[in-house]
Design a protein around this ligand. Structure first.
Ligand code: SF4
Ligand code: SF4
Length: 172
């Protein structure tokens, strides 16, 4: 746990963690903790969050027990991945900064935006392989937030519709 700048933070993101995970990170760290987690799978992405009254199973004494092996979604803090928008040949991963982080300046120093972008692209590649172009898009401002939410909803609906049609057509 040494070297963890989040240690002792009163906000502790790990209490309410809602993590996006590729299958490899899910299997390595979280699959065996399903008794304390709500686990959803959205396409190729696993989303884990604690059940009511629970916290991340790796949170211990205000620090992370797997700090040096923690998932990419934890590494990019104080940046947060908020939407993953799948398109035909590309995937746009939207990220923004955590505004209430009391150690933001220290964390920005440890995690420059260029490094966070590289990690987010690596995250996308772990999920989608080399077949899609991964774009890390930093959200800034309310208009950009609104547009990204709208785009994410639209893309989810289109993907669901495509899946439904594929199922219908495969039965014919
Ligand atoms: S990222 Fe910021 S808000 Fe979250 S636990 Fe670390 S110091 Fe606290
Ligand atoms: S894996 Fe570690 S850094 Fe990530 S949410 Fe859990 S305790 Fe926090």
């Amino acid at each position: 746990m040494s070297g963890n700048p989040c240690e002792g933070c009163p906000v502790s993101c790990c209490l309410k963690m809602g993590l996006f995970l590729p299958k490899s990170e899910f299997s390595q760290h979280f699959q065996r903790h399903e008794e304390v987690l709500v686990i959803r799978q959205i396409g190729k992405i696993f989303v884990v969050s604690p059940k009511e009254g629970q916290v991340c199973p790796y949170l211990h004494n205000g620090g992370c027990r797997i700090y040096h092996e923690r998932p990419i979604d934890c590494r990019v803090y104080p940046y947060i991945m908020s939407h993953i928008i799948e398109k035909r040949n590309k995937v746009k991963i939207v990220f923004h900064t955590r505004s209430d982080c009391p150690k933001k300046s220290e964390l920005y120093h440890l995690m420059p935006e260029s490094e966070a972008r590289a990690l987010i692209i690596a995250f996308g590649k772990k999920i989608y392989g080399e077949s899609k172009t991964i774009i890390a898009h930093r959200e800034s401002g309310i208009l950009s937030q609104f547009c990204n939410r709208f785009e994410a909803r639209l893309s989810r609906s289109l993907n669901k519709m495509t899946l439904r049609w594929k199922k219908i057509l495969s039965k014919k």
